[in-house]
Design a protein around this ligand. Structure first.
Ligand SMILES: [Zn+2]
Length: 87
C-alpha cells in the first residue's frame, strides 16, 4: 500500500480509521490527516498511530476514496488502478 501523500494525489480525501473494539469509524480529511500523520506514512499503517475514543487502539485504516454508485447497488469506494488492489 502507498503513502498518504500518494493516496491524496490519486483522489482520496484522507483516511478512514476503524476500531475493532467498539466498531467506531472515524474519517480524517486530507488536510487533517496530513497534519496529524505526515505525508509519507502508509495509509494502511495510520491506525497504529491512533487511539479510539473508547480507549482501544484502532485496528484498521484505509484511504478514503470517493464513493461511486454502480447500477443501483450500494455505493462502493472507487479505488484508482494506480493504487493497486485492496488488501
Ligand atoms: Zn473504539
Amino acid at each position: 500500500m502507498g503513502s498518504l501523500q500518494k493516496a491524496i494525489s490519486l483522489g482520496a480525501d484522507g483516511v478512514i480509521v476503524r476500531c475493532g473494539t467498539c466498531l467506531n469509524r472515524r474519517v480524517f480529511r486530507a488536510r487533517e490527516a496530513l497534519k496529524l500523520f505526515g505525508a509519507s506514512v502508509s495509509t494502511s499503517a495510520i491506525h497504529k498511530l491512533c487511539r479510539c475514543k473508547c480507549g482501544a487502539r484502532a485496528t484498521h485504516s484505509v484511504a478514503n476514496w470517493p464513493l461511486r454508485a454502480r447500477g443501483g447497488s450500494e455505493p462502493l469506494p472507487c479505488v484508482p488502478k494506480e493504487w493497486g488492489r485492496l488488501p
